[in-house]
Design a protein around this ligand. Structure first.
Ligand code: UDP
Length: 228
């Protein structure tokens, strides 16, 4: 693999407390990113927003407005993780699909290519820029646009299961599953819009648990225990 798109859920940044940021957790993730970047891999990153806000669960609000707050949450997350990545010695750039003044760079494929050529880790913040979408969809969209070799989907659970392992103790984990089957069975790896795009574009995806030690590095090195 030469270029990957890493998706981190918002909750993954929050550690035990489930809200906001946990610096130790994020520093650990940043060090793993440094390891794979130092080995020559180009890394793009999309981060969810669930540690701050989930637009779709806010029933009292207009969905578009709630989703705008969700997209802004993903920008806060990217600014934070980008800065911790700099702290561990990486160069970074945060892109958004809409203007955020001097905080971020406006997304364009050319600008992203320049950034990769300069050895930077590239953050895709702000989702797709549109309500009714998710950062999962933004992940597949950007992965396809930048020609990533694979999506690395780091989750709170360690792979794709036939039912929710938090609810069903007998849930079975798949070592390997086609995205067609994920879509047909509506398995909760990604939301359906993102899964269908992944299927149409034949984008490979590796799903693993972020909690496991060195899981990002191990996944890149082929020592993989999640779902392919
Ligand atoms: N969001 C959006 N459009 C996008 C990406 C995200 O409107 O393209 C909003 C949406 O409200 C979502 C929130 O940002 O709930 C956080 O994104 P994430 O994909 O993490 O959603 P979650 O799965 O945490 O609800």
């Amino acid at each position: 693999m030469k270029r990957v798109l890493l998706k981190l859920s918002g909750e993954a940044l929050a550690g035990e407390q489930k809200r906001g940021f946990d610096e130790a957790t994020v520093t650990e993730v940043a060090k793993q990113i440094k390891t794979i970047v130092d080995e020559g891999l180009q890394v793009g990153i999309v981060i969810g927003g669930g540690n701050f806000w989930r637009g779709r669960t806010s029933g009292a609000m207009d969905r578009s407005k709630a989703d705008q707050i969700g997209m802004l949450a993903t920008i806060m997350n990217c600014i934070y993780v980008s800065d911790i990545c700099r702290y561990v010695g990486l160069k970074t750039e945060v892109f958004t699909p809409f203007v955020c003044g001097a905080f971020t760079t406006l997304y364009s494929k050319d600008a992203v290519e320049e950034s990769f050529a300069e050895g930077k880790v590239v953050f895709f913040a702000g989702g797709t820029g549109h309500p009714y979408f998710s950062t999962d969809t933004a992940t597949v969209l950007r992965a396809v646009e930048i020609g990533a070799d694979a999506i690395l989907l780091a989750k709170a659970v360690d792979g794709i299961y036939d039912s929710d392992p938090k609810v069903n103790p007998d849930a079975k984990k798949y070592d390997e599953i086609s995205i067609d089957e994920v879509v047909a069975k509506k398995l909760a790896a990604m939301d359906l819009t993102a899964s269908i795009m992944c299927m149409e574009q034949k984008m490979p995806m590796l799903v693993f648990g972020l909690d496991e030690k060195d899981s990002i590095v191990n996944t890149v090195h082929g020592k993989f225990s999640g779902t392919k």
